[in-house]
Design a protein around this ligand. Structure first.
Ligand code: SAH
Length: 516
């Protein structure tokens, strides 16, 4: 057992059956979040928000086991075999399920299979849809003097079919008063459910609601009466996943309803930024109500070129300028410095030039301030403006990745500096994961955001033949003119462009576009 109280490891595996909550990724429990971030393998269902996995390290194995049209996914037995096999390999396996694992989630079956196979497991409950979707719709599922019980049922299979739910006692349920009924998986069968309840004697005027995608960006709520719920729901275009709630408490939603319409509500935004840097952008968009898909198209890996570091460190008394043009540059330079046995004091004899607020924030988080910032955040402007601050023959270290041109180096050398390019990271195409693929096939994105030309090239490489229809089917948003040009040169329209040319500017531009 480690400091998290998380057992398992390489001799004996374990399976955590974890409830991810109903949709809003903030509604996973603390325990669920902790085990997720200590997993060796994760198996996820269709309804789980991909944002939950966005900051799980890349090397953690991911299995998408959601039932999904057009996908070759596993049957229940297959899922059970998979988690048992992974645990027997000694892995800490997280089986992540929507809502609560034991509420219409087949968690019980999985637990029994694990017990039978002798695999240790732990259950991490989650917030179930009946509770969470109602809460986000302003419906207290119980209320003193109004609802003294709450019933969860599934209307998936109706009495005329031979199923376990054939035994649902509809006439008796119809006679219950003073409580709330929450129905899972019941969009299709709702007219039948209503028919049985009314036949059984339930008041047709009982307040009733349908909640689609409760707690998610695209949450839709229809309040009505029992009699009219199916018709009103259909008119509003309610689709699964949706929950129906029947009972007096629904009448409170008019007064308790607290969720403000967010500017990006219902918008599906794909963020192609590398996983490691994507979170602030993902969170800002979520905050504005968007449903965000973190779909990194490129990934950045550190490079450590020994000779280059040796050269830099072999001149201990020499100062000069050091140029950072990206957050990655700062991060991987500092990592390299650490690897070389040095620390932040090394920079004491250098002046720092920086482009972009993200770069400056990354510097600031390490207690460093830029001495020079060009008037516009581009390398071209930096090349023009920095020479005025240089002394003849001064040493300039340009921290960079493998992509992009060498114009800065050339311009500063022409201005008389001794320029050293210090390569500290490289950018490669990220593999496409099934969770992203499933999300996109489910409903295509409304907006695809590119924070660099390389993110766009990575997108093309990742999606191959499917790239074209995705790019034509969505509004494309770009971080600035350089990225826009790369996209436009390939014949696609860029509808949204950031100004200032950074992530904050991009999020703001997306918001403005959606307001029009
Ligand atoms: N284990 C899950 C339920 C899985 S069954 C839980 O505890 O919530 C799937 C059904 O749950 C859907 O058909 C729908 O009825 C309901 N559901 C799940 N997430 C929902 C959401 N965000 N909003 C409304 N209903 C939801």
């Amino acid at each position: 057992m480690n400091e998290w109280g998380i057992t398992g490891g390489h001799e004996s595996g374990i399976v955590y059956l974890v409830g991810a909550g109903p949709g809003d990724p903030g509604l996973i429990t603390r325990r669920g979040y902790d085990v997720l971030h200590h997993a060796d393998a994760i198996c996820v269902d269709a309804l789980v928000d991909p944002v939950l996995l966005a900051d799980v390290p890349e090397e953690v194995e991911r299995y998408y086991v959601g039932k999904h049209a057009g996908f070759h996914t596993l049957k229940q037995e297959g899922i059970q075999e998979l988690i048992i096999r992974l645990a027997k390999e000694g892995k800490r396996v997280v089986r992540l399920k929507g809502g609560d694992p034991f509420v219409f989630g087949r968690g019980g079956e999985e637990a029994l299979a694990l017990r039978e196979a002798g695999v240790p497991f732990e259950i991490v409950p989650g917030v179930t849809a009946a509770v969470a979707a109602s809460a986000y719709a302003g419906i207290p599922i119980t209320q003193r003097k109004m609802a003294c019980f709450a019933m969860m049922l599934t209307a998936h299979e109706m009495p005329d079919k031979d199923s376990s739910c054939a035994t649902l006692p509809w006439p008796e349920i119809a006679k219950l008063t003073g409580g709330t009924i929450a129905g899972y998986m019941g969009v299709k069968t709702l007219p039948k459910v209503i028919e049985r309840l009314v036949e059984g004697g339930m008041n047709p005027e009982t307040p009733a609601a349908l909640i689609e995608r409760g707690t998610m960006g695209g949450q839709k709520v229809v309040t009505s009466t029992l009699m009219k719920l199916a018709v009103d729901g259909q008119a509003a275009g309610i689709k699964p996943p949706a929950l129906f709630v029947i009972g007096e408490v629904v009448s409170l939603s008019e007064r308790i309803n607290w969720l403000n319409p967010a500017p990006l509500a219902g918008k599906r935004v794909m963020v192609t930024r590398p996983a490691r840097q994507a979170m602030p952008m993902v969170q800002s968009l979520q905050h504005l109500g968007a449903t965000v898909l973190p779909a990194p198209t490129i990934k950045v890996a550190p490079t450590y070129i020994e000779a280059s570091w040796k050269r830099m460190l072999s001149q201990p008394d020499r100062g000069g300028w050091i140029i950072f043009t990206s957050e990655n540059g700062v991060r991987y330079f500092m990592e390299g410095l650490d690897k070389a046995g040095q620390d932040v004091r090394f920079l004491g004899r250098f002046k720092i030039a920086a482009i972009g607020s993200g770069t400056r924030d990354e510097l600031a988080s390490r207690g460093l301030k830029a001495d020079f910032v060009p008037s516009r955040s581009t390398t071209a402007v930096l090349s023009e403006e920095l020479p005025a601050h240089l002394e003849k023959g001064q040493w300039v270290i340009r921290v960079r990745g493998n992509l992009g041109d060498t114009n800065v180096e050339k311009a500063l050398a022409a201005a008389g500096a001794e320029v050293q390019a210090q390569y500290v990271y490289e950018t490669v195409t990220a593999p496409l994961n099934d969770l992203v693929r499933a999300w996109v096939h489910d409903v295509a994105p409304d907006i695809i955001a590119f924070t660099s030309g390389s993110a766009y090239s990575g997108f093309q490489e990742q999606w191959g033949e499917e790239a074209d229809s995705l790019l034509r089917g969505a509004k494309l948003a770009s971080v600035g003119p350089f990225t826009s040009r790369i996209i436009r040169d390939e014949g696609y329209e860029v509808a949204i462009e950031a100004d200032p040319y950074n992530v904050t500017g991009l999020v703001e531009a997306i918001r403005e576009d959606c307001e029009v």
